[in-house]
Design a protein. Sequence first.
Length: 568
Amino acid sequence: MKLKRFMLGLMAILTTFMGCKDYLDREIPTNVKDDQVFVNYDRISQAGYGAYAFLFNTIGYNRINGAMLASGCDEADHADNISSIQRFNTGTWNATFNPEDVWGLFYQGIRRANLFLEESADFKNLIYRDTINVTNKDLYKYRVRDLEWLRAENRFLRAYYYAELIKRYGGVPILLKSVTDIDELNTYKRKTYEECVQFISDECDAVVPLLNESWVGFDGDKWRGRVTKGAAMALKARVLLYAASPLNNASNDITKWQKAAKAAHDVIALNKYGLHTDYRGLFRLGNGADGNPEIIFAQQGYNRNDYEKYNYPIGYDQGGLGSTSPSQNLVDAYEMKTTGLAITENGSGYDPANPYANRDPRLGLSILVSNTSFKGRPVEAWVGGLDGLGKFKATTTGYYIRKYVDENLNLAQGATSLHTWMIFRYAEVLLNYAEAMNEAYGPDVTAGYSMSAKKAVDMVRARTGIAMPPLPPGLSVDEMRLRIRNERRVELAFEEHRFFDVRRWKIAAQTENRPVMAMKITKNTNGSFSYLVVKAEDRTFSERMYLYPIPEVEVLKSNGSLVQNPGW
């Protein structure tokens, strides 16, 4: 392929650096010698890439005991019912066992970034002796510039990891140095959520002027996937949106929504990003590859087929290891194509006897519904079908996931393909902007910006190949809020947004206490089908689950400096 992904090259590098606990863990051996690492450009830059490694274990495919995070909320059910993801759904998780225990991983990434920033502070002198002379002065200048970028990237990654922590745990300790003394480490107390938000926002502002604008085409594209100015701006916009949301803004301070709207519009005003013309292809392309203008920042992928082995329907060769089964709850959220109305609205055109006809195209592009052609035959999700309900590890809902799936792999021959996970994309920025604008100013007010909340949503709906009708005029703030939330649900399905959206909106007590519903499909003797919505599984959610518990071991060894979240 044309793309040369620097993260692939890093795998060998990270084997070296991640294998050395000196540069990963909290507990650092006393015999570490920094002059063995921070001695020249090659080794300094390799150490700088280390903070990227923690993206691989904290987002993405099948990462929670074979399941996606979508199966921990009302988006989906995991077909392997012994997966630990089920603890989110049964309420049987706690401070000792959390299906997504990422506290330590994020702090390892933060420490990696802190160590690099400390030890590379004098990088100009560190690389001077082995790079500069009369003939390679330009090379020295390039390396200085590159390490300046890399230092800014590490500040971004540190801020990003803090953002991921606070959306799960609330306020957390802010460490700005690589602490090696355990007694000192255990004295760090939690900052307030607002203090953490301010730190992340300030860091984003500080690094934007220091980051590269784009790595596309830079040095033969080999650095594609490194952090850019747009990524830092998108992080700030997301963090401020979360800070303005009901979970973190009980008094509904409108100025917080205004700040979130401005931050999102700053990304829009770059005029650098756009909506990809192929919604299905968007999730099968690399970061910025092949004319893809939508990706702002992505976890650079590698060639793999485990995602397909899990999510090909059960009746396909080597598929069905435990699929992500999209819920009927999610399927029902996709509107009708012609009318733009919800299937429950009068005059929508919905036909229960033909439930997938004339629906929002994103339904069929994100979810495999029964009788859809896939790899040369129809998906048989009906009872008694090759892929139907009732088979071990087959779909539990009558649906299989299609988003991200490479349908062209021959698993029997061990074929693999590149899988890249998007962290920030332009459609999310537009929807972030729409939500903040609606709460701050209303659906149709531009407030001096380039578009209203309604226009931003309509842009997402008008994507080439989707072409959903625009939202109706004259919606109230409350009506627009519901439409924006539904738009996020279908546009960003399975991208690890819904799980946190229902929490920050403080609606999880309603959405996550409802049963996950399924479609029971029966094939009639005349070849037609009958459809019946049935319950797949009961779910449980309690108030304390709006925030994760801090791992019990961390609370115990802190000697009282880490206060546990309420209810845990």
